[in-house]
Design a protein around this ligand. Structure first.
Ligand SMILES: *[C@@H]1O[C@H](CO)[C@@H](O)[C@H](O)[C@H]1NC(C)=O
Ligand SMILES: *[C@@H]1O[C@H](CO)[C@@H](O)[C@H](O)[C@H]1NC(C)=O
Ligand SMILES: *[C@@H]1O[C@H](CO)[C@@H](O)[C@H](O)[C@H]1NC(C)=O
Length: 346
């Protein structure tokens, strides 16, 4: 166990000099727009401070004696790789420094799609869309978000380390789907937190697809119930489908009045197979309606007949039982016992 403690101590004391350097920089890191000013403070936490100073590509302060806090004041940052360092010399001759991490950024000149406005696609085919982000830095802090109808569907952010402004292209592949028909697609370049994202113009997707029925294909419809016969052939499709109907032979003549109707409520109600075809430039689909006479009707009638028949039978039996052998009707409290004249004339 002691070995581990010792090991830990060694690792701890073996840390790089800069992290134990008795200076503090405020702010601890900076994000600055190319061309903007950069201001920072470096202060010493040692009472043995001999001299301090900022060193930076565009000059610096040089070593200053008798200060425990010195300011860095750059009026315009024009170095993409700027690395300001605060040096300190202690009385015993020990020197160390601390670096201020600076991110120099540039907002993109433009963010645009390769094919803006409208694009006609065929369902099931793969398309790629390109987003160009021009003259942006640093791309390691760039994130390209792809939107489809207000939802992010792809994020691209594995860009390189260069601090210099470059152009980037983000590409997405997607398979056209009917649900995307009419949706807008766009990309957004997001550079660093707190900076507003830059959005491209949007592209409207027009997805062409063959008709698809809202309800499952092939239906059995019963007629003779209370509601009218309705045949619903409504289909989605792009372009909008055109409908044609075929009726059982006998009533084929009435066809014309119902041409190109997605929902049919014919004046006649006859059993048979009705066929509807929804068609557009992408294809056609056929739906079969099997119209049958409802069985419920027959059973109701049968039930009614049954009821009447049993009633008749009952009346007949009652009639038989209440007629006495003498041929007169007989009613008594004690009931009737066959073969016994319980209520003979007194
Ligand atoms: C630097 O220090 C000065 C004086 O202490 C203070 O007025 C200024 O706000 C500080 N600047 C930053 C960026 O911390
Ligand atoms: C920029 O990106 C790098 C690498 O992903 C990250 O370490 C750094 O914190 C980012 N800078 C800012 C200011 O967010
Ligand atoms: C619908 O009926 C037709 C003709 O009876 C048949 O060819 C077709 O396979 C059926 N479709 C479905 C999805 O059941």
């Amino acid at each position: 166990m002691w070995f581990f403690v010792l090991g830990g101590l060694i690792a701890f004391t073996g840390k790089p000099v800069s992290s134990s350097c008795p200076v503090e920089i405020r702010p601890s890191e900076a994000v600055v727009k190319f061309g903007d000013p950069l201001i920072a403070n470096c202060s010493s936490s040692s009472n043995q401070t001999a001299s301090m100073g900022w060193e930076v590509s565009a000059g610096g302060t040089g070593l200053l004696y008798g200060y425990t806090s010195i300011a860095l004041n750059i009026t315009s940052v024009t170095d993409w790789k700027i690395k300001p360092q605060c040096f300190i010399n202690l009385n015993d001759g020990y020197q160390c420094f601390h670096e201020l991490p600076v991110t120099v950024y540039r907002m993109p000149d433009s963010v645009s799609l390769a094919q803006p406005h409208e694009t006609v696609m065929l369902e099931g085919q793969e398309y790629n869309v390109q987003c160009s982000i021009i003259n942006v830095a640093p791309v390691r802090n760039l994130s390209v978000q792809w939107y489809k109808g207000n939802k992010v569907f792809h994020v691209d952010n594995a860009f390189d380390e260069t601090p210099l402004p470059v152009n980037k292209i983000s590409v997405t592949n997607h398979v056209a789907h009917r649900d995307d028909d009419g949706a807008q697609i766009w990309c957004e370049a997001k550079l660093l937190q707190d900076l507003p994202p830059v959005r491209s113009e949007s592209q409207k997707m027009i997805v062409l697809y063959a008709p698809v029925f809202h309800e499952p294909e092939n239906k059995t419809v019963e007629i003779g119930g209370r509601s009218k016969m309705t045949l619903n052939c409504t289909a989605a499709g792009n372009p909008a489908p055109v409908y044609s109907w075929r009726f059982p032979h006998a009533i084929q003549g009435t066809k014309d009045e119902n041409e190109n109707q997605p929902v049919l409520t014919p004046s006649f109600e006859l059993p048979g197979t009705y066929t509807c075809t929804a068609r557009n430039a992408q294809g056609s689909r056929t739906k079969y309606f099997t119209v049958t006479q409802a069985k419920r009707n027959y059973t109701t009638i049968a039930a009614l007949i049954g009821v009447f028949a049993s009633l008749g039978a009952l009346l007949f039996i009652v009639g038989l039982l209440t007629v006495t052998p003498q041929g007169t009707f007989s009613f008594s409290n004690t009931g009737y016992l066959p073969g016994q004249a319980t209520s003979g004339p007194v």
